[in-house]
Design a protein around this ligand. Structure first.
Ligand code: FDA
Length: 503
């Protein structure tokens, strides 16, 4: 049980008694506190004078430091928020929505990647970025890859906890589907591997969301085969004034993209009056062109669109833009220039063409953002039964929608935020319902927040957001939480509440 009145010095003294070097502990008065705090913040919405910041930041360099942080935190009433890559859409890895005394355990110094080409597996520490993981895989073999998100500065820890998908989704599933083992520090400070934590906790770690079950230090993952040459393309459809064609092609895309061969991934970015189709094909241009002609002639793809490259070269191609090199994916620097507000949906029935006309109309409004449509379908994502992992958005899902609203420092963002909220309401008739599904890694606190009753997050209140992210798996996640952390030590505004049956 966490004592309510801790002296401010008890926690750091406990850390020091546990032999955590003082240079790894930053208080708000430390000269480098702000630079350490900001080092991986992506969204300046959560770096303002009114943001509730941590009292301390710890940058552990080994597992025993993390274990000591948990033991000291519990003993002295200090909660921990764990941060790997800091990309949380609501900033919950380094700020609190309400006043709270807490410390951030920043894992960015724990970032080793060890590849084993013989077993085609890797051990990766949570503080590594996806770029660091991808780079290490490609250094070891040009025939291996790892299926995860597009942005190379994302942290492994948060990403694998909540699912994680990118251009290999249709062929190989989620990042979390490819986790074979994990090392966890639980709320008692114990270091547990897959066997020691037991099958329920291991199930929960693979998609049940970060923070709830403890601090994952490292993950063993399965690497996947890719051919030495893959083909990418990017085709914009319809500039302003030609919106009708974009409507036609997006309408058709909904039926085509989820049913294509698993080797072919085509996403759509819809903004203003145009749609841009981005694709990765696990094969050559010669192989791709006939497939496109047969399956998706409406896009008008031909061999002039083909960009043949290695799999690792697709990472800068898709996320960093023209001129970026493979080495650039190692750059961990994040910029504080763009404020964002995101949310998500899943589509299980293709949206009718006339509705798309209205959607394009909404995207032409002042302060409108954009939609990113990622196709599902494919054996790995669809064939896994819903209860097999916490991630429920599988068979029958056509695609995921991410709504992105963004603005620069010049605006206060209220108009952009209002636009995205209104657009989310407008989309209700066209997307999944009962529950209206959402992707945990595109976290949105508008979907609901925990209510703490008797110093424990309420299971009932958590259903409002929990069933959107996890469907029927929410209850099992809460039961696992009840096993491993019944006192709800690891918690945030959307952590899994403990459900202890019989109480
Ligand atoms: P961060 O460190 O902020 O952690 C996120 C959550 O997990 C927090 O609650 C945190 O406490 C917890 N956590 C972190 N490390 C943990 C650990 N070691 N143990 C336990 N809990 C831990 N997603 C996707 O699937 N595909 C994509 O292509 C993209 N693209 C993308 C681009 C950009 C620019 C952003 C900002 C985000 C994405 N995402 C994404 C979403 C991304 O997957 C999601 O935000 C991840 O949770 C980020 O993981 P980090 O470790 O960076 O976040």
């Amino acid at each position: 049980i966490i004592p309510s009145h801790a002296s401010p010095d008890d926690f750091p003294q406990c850390l020091s008694a546990a032999s955590i070097p003082s240079q790894l502990v930053f208080t708000q008065r430390s000269p480098s506190f702000t630079s350490v705090l900001v080092s991986s913040i992506r969204n300046p919405r959560f770096f303002t004078p009114s943001t509730v910041r941590p009292q301390w930041i710890l940058t552990p360099t080994n597992a025993s430091h993390v274990q000591a942080a948990v033991v000291c935190g519990r003993r002295h009433g200090v909660r921990l928020r764990v941060r790997s890559g800091g990309h949380d859409y609501e900033g919950l890895s380094y700020r609190s929505q309400r006043p709270e005394v807490f410390a951030v355990v920043d894992l960015s110094s724990l970032r080793a990647v060890r590849i084993d080409t013989r077993s085609t597996t890797a051990w990766v520490d949570s503080g590594a970025t996806l770029g660091e993981l991808y780079y290490a895989v490609a250094q070891a073999s040009d025939r291996l890859a790892f299926p995860a998100g597009l942005c190379p500065t994302i942290g492994v820890g948060g990403h694998l906890s909540g699912g994680g998908f990118g251009t290999l989704l249709r062929k190989y599933g989620l990042a979390s589907d490819n986790v074979l083992d994990a090392v966890l520090v639980d709320a008692d400070g114990r270091l547990l591997d897959r066997t020691a934590m037991g099958s329920d906790v291991f199930w929960a770690l693979r998609g049940g969301g970060g923070e709830s079950f403890g601090i994952v230090l490292s993950w063993q993952v399965r690497l996947v085969p890719v051919p030495p040459t893959v083909t990418a393309f990017r085709i914009p459809v319809a500039a302003a004034g030609d919106g009708e064609r974009a409507v036609d092609v997006v309408t058709r895309w909904q039926e085509v993209a989820p049913a294509l061969p698993d080797d072919l991934f085509i996403r759509a970015l819809v903004q203003n009056q145009s749609a841009t189709f981005e694709s990765l094909y696990l094969g050559t241009c010669d192989e791709l062109v006939p497939v496109m002609r047969r399956r998706f002639p409406e896009l008008g793809m031909n061999r002039t669109h083909c960009q043949e490259m290695t799999w690792i070269q697709t990472v800068p191609y898709f996320f960093l833009g023209a001129g970026a090199t493979v080495e650039d994916i190692l750059n961990r620097t994040t910029s504080l220039s763009t404020y964002t507000k995101m949310t998500s949906d899943y589509v299980r029935q293709a949206i009718r063409r006339d509705a798309w006309v209205s959607i394009f109309g909404k995207l032409a409004e002042p302060n409108a953002g954009l939609m990113i449509l990622d196709p599902y379908g494919g054996a790995r994502i669809g064939a896994v039964p819903e209860p097999a992992t916490p991630f429920p958005h599988r068979a029958g899902v056509l695609y995921n929608i991410q709504y992105v609203s963004f603005w620069s420092a010049n605006g206060d963002g209220s108009a952009h935020t209002k636009w995205v909220r209104d657009f989310y309401a407008f989309m209700a008739p066209y997307v999944s319902s009962s529950p209206r599904e959402a992707y945990f890694n595109y976290r949105d606190l508008d979907l609901g927040e925990n209510v703490v009753v008797g110093n424990v997050s309420s299971y009932e209140a958590g259903k409002v957001w929990g069933e959107k992210y996890f469907g029927d798996n929410y209850k099992r996640l809460a039961m696992v939480k009840g096993e491993i952390d019944p006192d709800d030590y690891f918690r945030n505004e959307q952590s899994i509440p403990p459900l202890v049956l019989g109480n």
